[in-house]
Design a binder for this molecule. Structure first.
Ligand code: ZN
Length: 307
């Protein structure tokens, strides 16, 4: 069984093709290699700007340039200085009930079409953060997040991976009380409270993933660390169990709306969330959730009481 590591980020250091880890270090676009970060604006003499969001509009140009860079020559960095890998996506799609196991534990039926809500961009946060609990029903959902490079409409499923810049780790943190306000409930607000959309540590390109894993079948999970240091594996799944795969989601979304460079898709969570337990379990102050996906790394959120 896959057990997420509680240790720090594990970032492979040994490859230097167009296989990239792209991140946001204190608001600046960087390439990561191991514990080093190369500042893209400085290394490119200003050819690329420092804004980590603008890179997706020039994705092919950036990846061609970056293939000749050696990010291990960059500077040491602290994980807590990593901002959201994609800081201001023009559109954020989040998919509900995309694993049959999670639909089952939620007492809801498997959807015929993707169930889509958004996480408003003001909730985006970095890889290692402190999150204020907004109430007594705050829950975890580890998710694979796909980042769009070239956008478009009516993207064929067969061609969909070519529109993906890379993948990253996300937590779809949810205030279940706010999420289920109203009938029918509108999920987006309850999933967009401050710091409720941490993503990172980096956007990992498909070449980099393919070198070590299967992009369609990544181990995904998260672990709780309590204030007393005890730990519990909360979620453990495989992305192959998604009802709508990344290419299927891109095809279905782009059949209805235009995808834009730098958009992100939170692709849903496997089973093991607090809402699905009997009795239900939610996050408490002093607890930390570490979320990890194979080949992508991990993010860590520490939960504190409301000020
Ligand atoms: Zn979710």
């Amino acid at each position: 069984m896959f057990a997420p590591h509680l240790a720090a980020f594990r970032i492979p250091t040994d490859r230097k093709q167009a296989a990239l880890r792209i991140a946001n270090l204190s608001g600046r676009l960087v390439l990561l290699s191991g514990d080093r970060a190369l500042d893209v604006e400085r290394a490119s003499d200003g050819r690329f700007e420092s804004d980590p969001q603008s890179v997706y509009a020039r994705w092919d140009e950036l990846t061609r340039w970056a293939a000749d860079q050696d990010a291990s020559l960059g500077s040491a960095f602290e994980a807590r200085d990593l901002g959201p890998a994609v800081p201001r996506p023009p559109q954020v799609f989040a998919i509900g009930l995309n694993y049959a196991s999670h639909a089952g534990e939620s007492g809801l039926s498997v959807p015929e079409n993707p169930m889509v809500f958004t996480k408003f961009v003001s909730s985006f946060a970095g890889a290692e953060t402190e999150v204020e609990l907004t109430g007594s029903t705050v829950d975890w959902e580890v998710e694979l997040v796909a980042v769009i490079a070239a956008g478009g409409r009516d993207i064929a499923e067969d061609d969909a991976w070519s529109h993906v810049a890379g993948l990253t780790v996300g937590q779809d943190i949810s205030d279940r009380t706010v999420q289920f306000w109203g009938d029918p409930a509108q999920f987006s607000l309850g999933k967009s409270l401050r710091g409720f959309a941490p993503i990172g540590p980096a956007v990992v390109t498909l070449d980099e993933i393919d070198a070590v894993a299967d992009r369609d079948d990544l181990a995904i999970g998260c672990t709780l660390t309590r204030a007393d240091g005890t730990t519990e594996l909360l979620q453990s799944g495989r992305t192959r169990d998604m009802i709508f795969s990344v290419p299927s989601l891109i095809a279905r979304l782009s059949a209805l709306v235009e995808l834009l460079p730098g958009d992100v898709i939170f692709t849903g969570t496997p089973d093991g969330v607090g809402l699905g337990r009997n009795p239900r379990v939610y996050l408490e102050a002093g607890q930390t959730v570490t979320s990890e996906i194979e080949a992508l790394g991990s993010i860590r959120q520490h939960f504190v009481a409301k000020a």
